[in-house]
Design a protein around this ligand. Structure first.
Ligand SMILES: Cc1cc2nc3c(=O)[nH]c(=O)nc-3n(C[C@H](O)[C@H](O)[C@H](O)COP(=O)(O)OP(=O)(O)OC[C@H]3O[C@@H](n4cnc5c(N)ncnc54)[C@H](O)[C@@H]3O)c2cc1C
Length: 396
């Protein structure tokens, strides 16, 4: 009976949409449930490393993603106080030769649409918006899930792609809160024509300062300009009006470079993200249930890899399910084995890189001098563990 049921994928974010698509491409029926009434409508810019492109190829969406991508010539880190260049990764032709795929920036709505359109075209995927998982049970040979509005559904297995506050994770590892790191983010997209002239550049640029940073890059054929302002604050959860947020920003960024101040003047401060990760864990699966993406391994944004890891998870998981047939226990165990150390390394190295971005005093001078001495090849070697990507398992 169980083999006729769909796999229930909980959460249609980037990870859930990729997981549903990956499974459907392997002939597995999926029910994709999402608590939001509309799918894929919210988003800002997102960067994607070359490691995720083989995953897009496996999912059959590579060309659609490339068509919507911006290709920065470099990824730069600039010193937020002096404006000097701290480091540079050349992301032009030499990068593509080295890693086989590009480094891109894309509007998250566009990326999400590529995945969701492909899901909608798959007869094997049923998409249910406005469907929030409340709880579920693993019955041994199938799972039973109930929704917040009282619906009950059965599945062959359940994959929790429900993000940082995951219900599936709570079931798996118990109640534990994410770790806020004391920083918040504000994100804004403006028409490129409205961006400060000094800031209109093709590169992905991170301006790193003591206790704050800004990330900037263009999107959609350079018609849009994406800005993310991140800073340390003691009033993490304090909800304030825009003028109060503005006052905090003015104080925090007082010593920042004039180009940063020009960008901050454009920030939309309505929404604030409290930044958090979780310490890596080894168990993301139990019986017929597995976690994926932020539900399994939420990470800081330092490497801009959270979504890339979720999409890698999705393709590896689909491959393991293909190899496992109806043995979800074995398939999920193998998936976990393939993914735990890689994603834990991203989480842990992201924490170190976070410190590195925000150094002040003499540590900042040491960092800047050491980085200046690095060659293009040195920079490629530093990121090779990440950008060289993953290979898919041949056997369980
Ligand atoms: C400021 C910032 C910048 C970032 N920049 C980058 C970047 O440049 N590159 C990159 O790769 N990553 C980046 N990330 C990380 C990336 O956004 C996340 O890692 C990624 O979105 C995780 O995808 P996910 O599908 O696992 O989770 P989510 O995107 O959180 O999706 C979870 C989905 O589950 C749904 N859901 C939740 N609970 C339930 C429920 N009970 N029932 C049903 N549905 C539910 C939610 O509505 C949501 O749609 C950034 C993050 C932030 C905060």
């Amino acid at each position: 009976m169980a083999s006729k049921l769909p796999v229930i994928v909980v959460g249609a974010g980037l990870g859930g949409a990729a997981a549903a698509l990956g499974l459907a491409r392997k002939g597995v029926s999926v029910r994709l449930i999402e608590e939001a009434p509309e799918l894929g409508v919210i988003g800002y810019g997102i960067q994607l490393g070359p490691n995720v492109f083989p995953m897009f190829r496996a999912l059959g969406v590579e060309q659609a993603v490339l068509a919507k991508s911006h290709f920065p010539p470099d990824v730069l880190m600039l010193d937020a106080l002096s404006g000097e260049q701290v480091s540079r990764i050349d992301t032009g032709p030499a990068f593509r030769r080295r890693f086989g795929d590009p480094y891109v920036a894309i509007h998250r709505v566009d990326l999400h649409k590529c995945l969701l359109d492909a899901c909608a075209a798959e007869p094997n995927i049923e998409i249910l918006p406005a469907t929030a998982l409340k709880q579920f049970e693993d019955m041994g040979d199938h799972v039973v899930a109930s929704t917040k509005d009282g619906r009950v559904m059965q599945g062959r297995a359940l994959i929790g792609c429900d993000g940082l506050g995951s219900v599936a994770r709570r079931w798996m590892v118990g109640e534990e809160k994410p770790t806020p790191i004391g920083y918040v983010a504000h994100r804004t997209i403006v028409p490129m024509a409205d961006a400060p002239a000094v800031a209109r550049r093709k590169e992905v640029i991170l301006w790193g300062g003591p206790g704050f940073h800004i990330v900037q890059y263009p999107l959609r054929d350079e018609t849009l300009f994406n800005i993310v302002a991140v800073f340390k604050t003691e009033n993490l959860y304090e909800r304030a009006d825009e003028s109060a947020y503005r006052a905090v920003l003015t104080e925090t960024y007082a010593s920042a470079h004039p180009t940063m101040l020009a960008m901050l003047a454009m920030m939309d401060l309505k929404r604030r993200w409290v930044l958090a990760d979780r310490a890596p864990i080894r168990k993301w699966s139990k019986g017929r249930v597995a976690l994926l993406g932020d539900a399994a391994h939420p990470t800081l944004q330092s490497y801009a890899q959270g979504a890339c890891m979720a999409i890698e998870d999705a393709v590896v998981l689909a491959r393991c399910v293909e190899l496992g047939g109806d043995d979800f226990h074995a398939a999920f165990a193998r998936y976990e084995k393939e993914r735990v150390l890689r994603t834990a390394r991203v989480t842990l190295e992201s924490r170190s890189l976070w410190e590195f971005y925000h150094l002040g005093g003499i540590a900042r001078d040491v960092r800047n001098e050491a980085e200046r001495a690095k060659t293009d090849d040195d920079m490629y070697r530093c990121v090779a563990w990440l950008y060289d990507g993953v290979s898919l398992p041949e056997t369980l």
